[in-house]
Design a protein around this ligand. Structure first.
Ligand code: RNT
Ligand code: ZN
Length: 412
């Protein structure tokens, strides 16, 4: 008997059909962040990374041209099972020789190569305006700046990005999730917490005045608690974003690095699902702070996956990855993170959720604990291997990555 057949029988004892689970997992789409490939540098101005986020490390072979980034992403797609979407930042605009278009003026034409890339791979595109790493970020502020010219520049950027997102959705045939995150905040205790938030609110209102098709473009707002150099006050806090999103009927985005270290996104998902048709996630791994370490198959990632699965919300949660590690092979980092998200979803799909919910209602927490612990050592790995086999994806991705490093990355 094969290991998978044995695993199938073991799970069947808990009423879990591994065949159905594999079919379900195949359909879950993960939005792959392009910025893991070049340490969040982008192509438009190659400015130093700003906005309180940081990459550390200097592993050789990073992508420095669109062609290299695309080639690296192809390697990632080849080594990753399941459905994927391309997640682009506006700073990844591709210009012709000698051309430069600033962020307040970009159009979909500056992304035509990406559009071609996505279409050829039958992928949708998600998009992000880039409110950082740019000279128009003044004193660390963008949409909340007291300087009207600064605000205007970034409002125009936001508007252009909605237009581009709409075009992506129309051209690819897949809806585009457009996520707004701004780095605005203060290093030390501010004298006025209200005015910057009021300006941010007014700026967002202006951006959202651009007409767009709500069935094609989902606009998200991502909150944050603090960033490096922005320790005391963040304009786009959780409360700001949650209220703004609800008042406008747009989509909340939770990044699990953006809360106090003992707060967990897994506990927030159910509440957000009760009040929002869709929610979006940035799956990352914060180590002591929002460090954006590569996602691994750890407890919180599994718990997030469980919340999506047992609340029957796979079609209501936009899942995207968001991490950047420059200290290890970037392709391996990308693939490890993406596989970990999928593995967590698989683990979640392999839980006897109905049984556990019933036991909770009967206040039998003794059984809830015992069964949950048993599930941890069930043969999820054998189901995972079968899933890879059916998706025609190699199991040993490390060997492939090393080969690519040798053949391609080391020659850059
Ligand atoms: C920053 C946010 C944001 C960025 C990307 C690059 O803390 O998480 O999502 O990581 O937009
Ligand atoms: Zn994020």
């Amino acid at each position: 008997m094969s290991r998978y057949t044995e695993a199938k029988e073991m799970y069947a004892k808990y009423g879990i059909d591994t065949e159905k689970v594999i079919e379900k997992l195949k359909d879950v789409s993960i939005s792959v962040h392009c910025w893991q490939g070049d340490d969040v540098v982008g192509f438009d101005s190659k400015q130093e990374l700003s906005g309180g986020i940081q990459t550390t490390g200097n592993y050789p072979g990073k992508a420095t041209t669109p062609e290299q980034l695309m080639a690296d992403m192809d390697k990632v797609f080849e080594l990753t099972p399941g459905k994927m979407k391309l997640n682009l930042h506006a700073s990844y605009a591709i210009f012709d020789e000698g051309e430069f278009v600033d962020r307040d003026k970009i159009t979909y034409k500056n992304f035509s190569k990406w559009l071609e890339f996505a279409k050829q791979r039958n992928m949708g595109i998600d998009f992000n305006p880039t409110f950082f790493s740019h000279p128009m970020v003044k004193d660390g502020l963008t949409l909340s700046s007291p300087d009207e010219n600064v605000r205007k520049f970034w409002i125009e950027h936001g508007k252009r990005c909605i237009e581009i997102s709409q075009k992506f959705a129309e051209e690819t045939g897949y809806p585009c999730v457009m996520n707004i995150w701004i780095p605005d905040g203060y290093k030390d205790i501010p004298a006025d917490r209200l005015a910057p938030r009021a300006r941010f609110k007014a700026s967002l209102d202006e951006i959202l005045s651009v007409p767009y098709d709500k069935t094609k473009v989902y606009i998200c707002l991502e909150s944050k608690v603090f960033g490096i150099g922005v320790e005391s006050y963040t304009v786009g806090s959780a409360e700001f974003c949650m209220n703004y999103v609800n008042s406008k009927g747009i989509t909340p985005l939770m990044d699990n690095g953006h809360y106090h270290p003992t707060e967990v996104v897994s506990d927030k998902i159910s509440s957000m699902l009760l009040f929002n048709e869709k929610i979006a996630l940035h799956v990352t791994r914060g180590v002591r702070w929002d460090s954006d370490h590569v996602v691994i198959f750890d407890d919180e990632t599994k718990e997030i996956a469980k919340e999506i699965v047992r609340n029957d919300a796979l079609d209501r949660v936009f899942i995207a990855t968001d991490y950047f590690d420059a200290s290890i092979n970037r392709i391996s980092a990308w693939v490890t993170g993406l596989r970990s998200v999928q593995k967590s979803l698989l683990f979640a799909l392999l839980q006897p959720e109905e049984m556990l919910k019933k036991l909770q209602d009967e206040n039998d927490f003794t059984s809830v604990m015992a069964i949950s612990e048993e599930m941890k050592t069930m043969p999820v790995g054998d189901v995972w291997e079968e899933y890879l086999r059916r998706e025609n994806v190699v199991s040993d991705y490390l060997a492939e990555v090393k080969k690519y490093e040798n053949d391609v990355l080391s020659k850059r």
